[in-house]
Write a protein that binds this ligand. Structure first.
Ligand code: URA
Length: 459
């Protein structure tokens, strides 16, 4: 078989066979097929797409390109191991909140998370904003940890789906990332190799997500759900909005602080409308994880259990257990709003400057473009442009106002925390462009505030 013929066939939009796809994946992984030929094939796939059969062959070939994670030691009769994966966004701290909640409620989770690249953040980076937290513990230790405390959160293992790792790096430099077929096969190859029984996908849509519109998000979700189910791993997808940053904060240290605040909520703060978007997504995903794990079929009851788990302090306790198990530093501190002394993670949050950004005019905030806010974060050093860039954990944005809020000219919309004045000047342009305030009727503002962030469920 010659790679030249495989490329030509796909260029003419003819269906590749299982053997041809495996030939490409194997040959590229072991260095026999050069970058230029792999790039040509990826571009042809980007332009012509893949049939369902080709997609399945590509996903399975990448998934089988190296070792699989063996989670058999964690299997318990009647209970399924569920993984949760988000297609990424800005201010997305859902994993950090959901995992301690579901683990406290008996769902075992062994989760691998990636680093951020470009304007989207990564859970692995956020965790490293905690002093000492080790995201690189060996897989055997991670499994032991799940046996002990029910949860671990580590970085994506380089031993899993090696072919995807190589192909993704090439796509990143050849403008071939934005293909629904390639994104679906890339994500699912890793998920299928991670040894779980069931997969719950959070497919984000909006300016700060890969998918910019609902139609494409539905296509991506359907494609991934079908691949998972074909592989015998029950897969569901929740489509969530990422048109404005999720929750109140964007950045690494600031997001960890928001996670802590969320997990320390009392009945009053959890009922209140603060970070309504984040709360809605957290409750939906956590309730689905409980359902898929076999521990509770009734979604409403699951949500009640989640509520109690948070306000009783169980979820925060589990979060601290997770942090400490992975060497994160904690100190005891008296918390006014909780009324007692509790362990608190040591966070890398030393920043020199804080600046309040004010509304330019009076009206309703109709948009806070999450991509632009993500780009502003990269400008001040909180995200990466290249994979090996160092990041500044302390910098970020804390939103006082969100979409649908009525503001007076001069009122504070967000607080920017940064270390470098020149970098902030550049970021300021993105922030100004991101926030749109218009003169609208109060009913319009109200409607915006009550819009659901759960846009669809694909099963
Ligand atoms: N995340 C992945 O793992 N792969 C893609 O192609 C896009 C997002």
């Amino acid at each position: 078989m010659r790679m030249y013929d495989v490329i030509e066939k796909k260029r003419y939009n003819r269906e590749l066979t299982k053997e041809e796809i495996e030939f490409f994946v194997k040959g590229y992984s072991n260095g026999e097929i050069p970058d230029y030929q792999a790039s040509a094939l990826l571009m042809a796939i980007c332009i012509n797409g893949l049939t369902r059969e080709e997609l399945v062959h590509l996903t399975f070939a990448m998934s089988n390109s190296s070792g699989r994670l063996d989670l058999s030691e964690l299997k318990v009769p009647g209970k399924y191991i569920v993984d949760k994966h988000s297609t990424g966004g800005v201010g997305d701290k859902v994993t950090l909140i959901v995992l301690p909640i579901v683990a406290a409620l008996g769902v075992d989770v062994c989760k691998m998370s990636g680093r951020g690249l470009g304007y989207t953040g990564g859970t692995a980076d956020k965790l490293e904003a905690i002093e000492g937290y080790d995201i690189n513990i060996p897989l055997e230790d991670a499994i032991e940890q799940v046996k002990k405390i029910g949860v671990c959160l580590i970085s994506q293992s380089s031993d899993i789906a090696i072919a995807d790792k190589k192909i993704y790096a090439l796509r990143d430099t050849t403008a071939t990332v934005e293909s629904i077929d390639l994104i679906a096969s890339s994500i699912m190859s890793k998920k299928l190799a991670s040894g779980v029984d069931k997969i719950l996908l959070d497919v984000t849509v909006g300016s700060g997500a890969f998918m910019k519109n609902l139609e494409d998000a539905r296509k991506l979700a359907r494609t991934m759900v079908d691949i998972g189910n074909l592989a015998g791993v029950e897969t569901k997808a929740i489509i969530t909005s990422m048109s404005e940053p999720l929750g109140r904060t964007v950045g690494n240290a600031v997001e960890i602080k928001e996670v802590i605040e969320f997990l320390l909520s009392n009945e009053e703060t959890l009922y209140s409308n603060k970070s309504k978007d984040l709360k809605e997504v957290v409750f939906e995903i956590a309730a689905y994880m409980i359902k898929m794990s076999g521990l509770g079929d009734d979604m409403e009851q699951n949500k009640k259990d989640i509520f109690r788990c948070i306000v009783s302090g169980q979820a925060y306790k589990k979060f601290i257990e997770l942090v400490m198990a992975q060497n994160g530093q904690v100190y005891d501190v008296y918390m006014d709003w909780v009324g007692k002394e509790l362990p608190m993670p040591v966070i890398k949050d030393t920043a020199n400057y804080l600046k309040e950004i004010h509304a330019q005019n009076t009206g309703v905030i109709v948009a806070i473009d999450s991509k632009k806010i993500g780009e502003a974060l990269v400008c001040i050093g909180g995200g990466r442009i290249k994979k090996d860039d160092e990041i500044d954990y302390a910098v970020g944005f804390d939103f006082v106002k969100k979409t649908g809020d009525v503001v007076q000219a001069g009122e504070t919309i967000l607080k920017a925390i940064y270390n470098d004045k020149d970098k902030f000047e550049e970021a300021f342009g993105y922030i100004e462009d991101a926030i749109v305030i218009e003169n609208r009727l109060p009913e319009v503002a109200d409607e915006m505030k009550h819009q659901s962030h759960i846009l669809d469920i694909v099963e």
